[in-house]
Design a protein around this ligand. Structure first.
Ligand code: KG4
Ligand code: ZN
Length: 339
């Protein structure tokens, strides 16, 4: 059985062909980073228009790479939640059209569950029940995942997502979009202790929530001075940029690590799965690996190519198909977080 999976929740137009044995026969990701770079973040209208131009060529390309024709596709899966409304619509309309024309089943994918499922794919064995940590440009949340399809929200950011904070701080430091990889690179030569930034909510043992907005402001005040916003006259040298990047990154990593460990303690689970764009961060991966080893936690972090948005993680559709969960053609998008 071959499933065509589509992913257009944010700013990547992606398609993959997944078999019912969870193998990825082909995968294509058309990144829009270059289109959004000069704005320092994703512009929703630009994203949806680019999806519209790219979705059909991306589907053609993935079929070509898999050596399959449309007639050999048995189901279409699409991420319909959460994400940007215009972007989600493009993927959903494409998926529904293919299902209607070919008379094949439609499967709905929750983008956040798919990020965690990337860990299951890479592990090639069951990773459930586990605690799931999703750290991306739009979300930072902890889930208790009993099985691939049941996700109970334990906590989430009360303001910015971690990736969003990376992107905004990168802009302050004069680094390019997307900010995560740029900050990681700059931080390599920086001293994480040169500046001491806050770790919001980290000491609150009763909460599994995150907050990155104050941390972002702390970086801004460090650069321009308290209460000021004007970056125009500020010229940071390479050392300052490296130290600020390293200090900020370490603060984010401390918060993510601390709350993930608290979630494991509270739930009594021994398996941690980590996915989403920020899970590509080398410092986070190293600190998680060290901590997991010390605490005897089984750690699964999505492989780098499956951290940022892709359609391979839409393989979670196989679980839904096995459970008999297909959709009618009146399926709608749901831009907000579905818990
Ligand atoms: O999961 P993703 O591709 O899209 C969303 O669903 O949001 O995540 C994109 C986010 C961006 O904010 C980007 O800066 C961040 O992931 N990111 C990183 C790294 N690579 C990507 N953040 C920190 N370190 C990285 N190496
Ligand atoms: Zn994502």
């Amino acid at each position: 059985m071959n499933i065509l999976t589509l992913e257009t929740t944010c700013d990547e137009t992606a398609a993959a062909i997944i078999t019912d044995r969870l193998e990825a026969a082909a995968s294509v990701v058309a990144s829009q980073d270059a289109l959004h770079r000069r704005f320092g973040g994703v512009v929703p209208e630009i994203a949806s228009r680019a999806h519209l131009e790219r979705i059909l060529p991306v589907i053609d390309e993935v079929l070509h790479r898999a050596g399959l024709s449309l007639d050999e596709i048995d189901a279409v899966a699409v991420a319909n939640t959460p994400g940007l409304a215009g972007s989600l619509l493009v993927g959903l309309v494409a998926a529904k059209t293919l299902c209607l024309v070919k008379g094949i089943p439609l499967v709905a994918v929750n983008h956040l569950q798919a990020h965690i499922y990337a860990c299951r794919l890479a592990a090639e064995t069951d990773v459930f029940p586990c605690v799931g940590l999703i750290v991306s440009g739009g979300h930072t949340s902890l889930y208790h995942c009993d099985d691939p399809l049941s996700f109970e929200l334990l906590g989430s950011t009360i303001d910015d997502a971690a990736g969003e904070a990376f992107d905004k701080v990168a802009t302050m430091l004069g680094l390019p979009y997307p900010g995560g990889p740029a900050i990681q690179r700059a931080a390599e030569s920086g001293n994480p202790r040169a500046y001491r930034f806050p770790r919001p909510l980290l000491d609150d043992e009763d909460r599994l929530d995150f907050s990155f907005s104050g941390l972002k402001t702390a970086v801004r005040y460090q650069i321009v001075g308290p209460g000021k916003t004007d970056f125009a006259k500020i010229k940071l040298d390479r050392r300052q940029v490296a130290d600020l990047a390293a200090g900020f990154q370490e603060a984010v990593v401390d918060c993510l690590l601390g709350k993930a460990m608290l979630a494991l303690k509270q739930t009594g689970r021994k398996i941690l799965c980590v996915g989403g764009g920020v899970a590509a961060n080398a410092r986070l991966r190293k600190r998680l690996a060290d901590e997991a080893q010390q605490r005897n936690i089984q750690l699964h972090i999505a492989p780098l190519q499956l951290c940022t948005d892709n359609a391979v993680m839409g393989a979670i559709a196989v679980e839904r198909l096995r459970a008999g969960l297909t959709e009618n053609l009146d399926l709608d998008i749901s831009p907000g977080v579905v818990r």
